[in-house]
Write a protein that binds this ligand. Structure first.
Ligand SMILES: [Mg+2]
Length: 438
């Protein structure tokens, strides 16, 4: 791809660029205290309660060198370091600095998902046109956090959020580790399975019983054996071991459903017409899903008659999807079941709910069967819409008799911009850095 050409908004980024970054502040609370009181630098500093039942909330690296860890009883920490400096926590101060860190990240990368007071996932791929490859962006962020805020941080980068988080932990302290897509499996192979988020002591023990200690061991075990040992988590563990996980950032809670709704001035009485309109709505919702990187597990059809009677019906899909074809099948089936009760339609709406972040192809290929082809076609149609304008393309089954079909390799509606007639509203539409080379 020519890097000079800006990509249209909504076109998925190259999933093979290791631009999913996990930025984690180093010993955050302790580092803030040292920044605010430089006389503490180089000392074994811990933040936490000094009383008999106090616990270490954060430990500076000099403290960690003595074996002191977070969540350790303060009495133990004191034994390990008789010269221990105990600072009571100042949560309000840490939150204030946390906001400054997140604001700084957003000056470089638009897509920032804060996951705790001192950690965030970032999708740096769109920023690379301005700032260069992910390692440049990671270096820039670390430098600015150091220069502007006086704090150390570490960054991991990968094609997957899970791997980025593992990489940042291994980059600490004050480091950076970017794992290229084709090195992912080799990077993870020697690590204990416990590095995988969600694999706790119970799962570790279950895996050990089937001979799995490292992530690499997973590749020698049949999927069925793995599933028997740890349940549905096995799918994600296998993807990580194979280096095929491409899970990016999660989305905000308010984006838990996507939909479109329309009220008509005149009642719709022709079932074919209702069917055509909800088909277009399903396409529109699927396009919104693909643009925002989601798949939906449930599709909801809403219908209202002129007297205000409202029917809401939903269908649960066997697999999450962002395919208009699959959403259409379900909303049309819902309509067929309800049409006798709703001879006149004044309002119709289609909504996708139970959303999950989609894989790079919109949904996992191995699970989709024939719909994978639709996914490809629909992604191509999205690109064409981005280039030639919304509503320039529609599926054949949404065409009416009075609309012209031209064959230019695709179906085109005649008079593409006729607002109000097509069921679509117009316009809705560092210092220590390394590459893993194992
Ligand atoms: Mg941290």
């Amino acid at each position: 791809m020519d890097p000079q050409v800006p990509r249209a908004a909504g076109v998925p980024e190259d999933p093979e660029v290791p631009g999913i970054l996990h930025l984690d502040m180093d010993a955050f609370f302790a580092s803030v205290e040292i920044r605010d009181d430089p006389s503490l630098r180089g000392l074994p500093v811990v933040v936490g309660g000094a009383g008999a039942r106090g616990v270490v909330a954060a430990a500076s690296y000099p403290a960690r060198e003595r074996g002191i860890r977070s969540a350790m009883p303060m009495a133990t920490a004191r034994r390990l370091a008789p010269d221990l400096v105990i600072v009571p926590g100042r949560m309000e101060r840490y939150r204030e600095i946390s906001r400054q860190v997140m604001d700084l990240l957003r000056t470089v990368v638009a897509d920032v998902e804060q996951i705790s007071v001192d950690e965030a996932f970032l999708d740096a791929r769109p920023a690379r046109r301005l700032f260069g490859p992910p390692e440049e962006i990671a270096g820039l962020l670390r430098r600015r956090i150091r220069d502007d805020l006086g704090l150390p941080s570490s960054v991991g980068g990968s094609v997957s959020r899970a791997v980025a988080k593992i990489a940042s932990a291994r980059a600490k302290p004050d480091g950076m580790l970017i794992v290229p897509a084709d090195r992912t499996a080799a990077f993870l192979a020697p690590l204990p399975v416990s590095v995988i988020s969600g694999i706790g002591p119970t799962a570790v023990a279950a895996l050990e019983r089937i001979g799995v200690r490292t992530v690499g061991d997973v590749r020698d075990i049949p999927a069925s054996t793995l599933t028997r040992a740890i349940g549905p988590q096995a799918v994600q563990v296998m993807r990580l071991a194979d280096g095929t996980d491409r899970t990016g950032l999660g989305r905000r809670v308010r984006d838990k459903s996507l939909g479109t709704e329309r009220t008509w001035d005149e009642d719709l009485t022709d079932p074919q017409e209702v069917r055509r309109r909800i088909t277009m709505m399903a396409d529109d919702v699927a396009r919104q899903l693909r643009r925002s990187g989601f798949s939906a597990r449930t599709v909801v059809l809403k219908l209202r008659s002129p007297d205000g009677t409202t029917i809401t019906r939903s269908a649960t899909l066997d697999q999450p999807t962002s395919s208009g074809e699959r959403l259409r099948e379900h909303v049309v089936a819902l309509w067929e079941r309800e049409r006798a009760r709703m001879p006149r339609v004044r309002l119709a709406g289609v909504r996708a709910t139970h959303l999950a972040a989609a894989g790079p192809g919109g949904e996992p290929r191995e699970l989709t069967g024939r719909s994978a082809g639709w996914q490809d076609l629909e992604t191509a149609m999205d690109r064409a819409r981005d280039r030639f304008g919304a509503a320039s393309l529609a599926r054949g089954s949404t065409l009416r008799n009075d609309e012209t079909v031209r064959s230019e390799g695709s179906v085109r509606r005649d008079g593409a911009s006729r607002p109000g007639t097509d069921g679509r509203r117009p316009g809705t539409d560092g210092r220590r850095g390394s590459h893993f080379q194992g």
